[in-house]
Design a binder for this molecule. Structure first.
Ligand SMILES: CC(=O)N[C@H]1[C@@H](OP(=O)(O)OP(=O)(O)OC[C@H]2O[C@@H](n3ccc(=O)[nH]c3=O)[C@H](O)[C@@H]2O)O[C@H](CO)[C@@H](O)[C@@H]1O
Ligand SMILES: C=C(OP(=O)(O)O)C(=O)O
Length: 419
């Protein structure tokens, strides 16, 4: 089993090149299923989740080549409509195959993704939306089996909760439906906007992405084309927090500050000096005191749940008491007991974590339980006294491209070991 060994080494200093966004690249790659002509996607990060997606798409009949961060995909015909459990169990986002395969092939069989460490994560909204579009859905033996006679039909879909992949799945299915689909209470996340822009580039007619009402006029087919994935706002935020807690100065390049308003606002409130240009953000925490900040996670444009764990460690070492309230997932504080083992003073009350601040962390052997919890523990290791060994880093490899190389590039001591 691979582990990361992190040794505290003072302030992080230098530049970090931000990769393409995992959560935008995944739906866009699944969106290629809708296209009959070749598709070229640039700025695709090198991640385990992308490798899983490639395996799924290859199984569906896509021919895929990769050259550095550019991926070429071609699927003139669909060879299989099945997303098997062996792959789906390693990546919940596999559910994004459901809408496109059903829309293009008239049937799809996708393993139910099930829950994960951060919560139950049902997919009822995905299924309900597809049913409103005329799909017949049966769940049996752990699989979703969806069929439709002819094309899906445009429908008005009121989402009971804001769901990012739910919105994406229905938006993709609707591109090939007959008539107009309206998604009300749609997710407004930048990754939804990126997917809509990709689909439009391939010949779809999607408007309103980035608002809570998305309108899709169905077309008979999508062609092909080229698209570049947006920068990863969560990877950017993770490096900014790492720089802040280490008291360093780091410039994230190839990113987009417009995607990080709520995160940058909280860093400023915590006492960070931040400057940015069109495609870079620089944080300077040298000789500046960090103060703990209250945070409430909520759908975009509010503070993202995917940055909650990173700010939990920031608050643990900053000055003062603060509360972090997690509103998206019911079980997303698994990093807290691990931080406590490293010396953090944090009290958990329901879905709120109250940190007492100013902890001097000490290195320990810790267990990563999900992607962002893993990032939080690596950040903690960067500022802890001594060595921190982070176990189960396969979570980290799902979503952070070459993280140890990037950290080493700004002065961290990080080593990947097999143990
Ligand atoms: C691949 C990807 O883009 N993952 C992101 C996506 O996950 P994902 O799309 O899975 O998250 P959702 O936005 O769907 O989840 C939001 C909430 O809605 C609930 N829900 C969702 C769907 C459904 O059918 N029924 C239901 O009850 C979920 O359990 C959760 O409590 O958005 C999350 C929230 O920003 C992020 O943390 C994930 O990083
Ligand atoms: C929760 C996340 O991803 P996923 O939805 O793929 O589990 C994440 O990116 O933090």
């Amino acid at each position: 089993m691979q582990k990361l060994v992190v040794t505290g080494n003072g302030p992080l200093m230098g530049d970090v090149k931000i990769s393409g966004a995992k959560n935008a690249a995944l739906p866009i790659l699944f969106g290629s299923i809708l296209c009959t002509d070749p598709v070229i996607i640039r700025n695709v990060p090198d991640l385990n989740d992308i490798a899983t997606t490639v395996k799924l798409l290859t199984g569906f009949g896509s021919t895929i080549t990769r050259d550095a961060d550019t991926m070429s995909l071609s699927m003139p015909q669909i060879a299989s409509h099945v997303a098997p459990y062996e792959l789906v169990k390693t990546m919940r986002a596999s559910i994004l195959a459901l809408g496109p395969i059903l829309a293009r092939q008239g049937q799809a069989r996708v393993s139910l993704p099930g829950g994960c460490a951060i919560g139950a994560r049902p997919v009822n909204l995905h299924l309900h939306g597809l049913q409103l579009m005329g799909a017949d859905i049966e769940v049996a033996e752990g699989y979703i089996h969806a069929t439709v006679d002819g094309r899906l039909k445009g429908a008005t879909i009121q989402m009971d909760m804001v769901s990012v992949t739910g919105t994406e799945n229905l938006m993709m299915a609707a591109t090939l439906a007959e008539g107009v689909t309206v998604i009300e209470n749609a997710a407004r996340e930048p990754e939804v906007v990126d997917l809509a822009m990709f689909l439009n580039e391939m010949g779809a007619s999607v408007s309103g992405a980035g608002t809570d009402r998305i309108v899709i006029e169905g077309v008979e087919s999508l062609s092909g084309g080229e698209y570049a994935v947006q920068p990863d706002r969560i990877e950017t935020g993770t490096f900014l927090v790492a720089a802040a807690v280490s008291g360093g100065k780091v410039r994230c390049t190839h990113t987009d500050p417009r995607l990080l308003d709520s995160v940058l606002a909280k860093l400023r409130e915590a006492g960070s000096h931040i400057e940015f240009g069109d495609d870079w953000i620089e944080i300077d925490q040298r000789d500046r005191q960090l103060t703990a900040v209250d945070i409430t996670t909520a759908p975009y444009p509010a503070f993202p749940t995917d940055m909650q764990a990173q700010f939990t460690v920031l608050n643990a070492v900053a000055l003062g008491t603060a509360m972090i309230t997690e509103n998206i997932f019911e079980n997303r504080f698994m990093h807290v007991p691990e931080l406590q083992r490293m010396g953090a003073s944090i009290e958990l009350k329901g879905h709120t974590a109250i940190s007492k601040g100013s902890a001097a962390l000490s290195g320990a052997e810790v267990m990563a339980t999900d992607l962002r919890a893993s990032a939080c523990l690596v950040i903690a290791g960067l500022i802890a006294q001594g060595q921190t060994k982070v176990d189960r880093i396969y979570h980290l490899d799902r979503g952070y491209e070459h993280i140890e190389d990037k950290l080493k590039g700004v002065g961290a001591i990080v080593e990947r070991i097999n143990e």
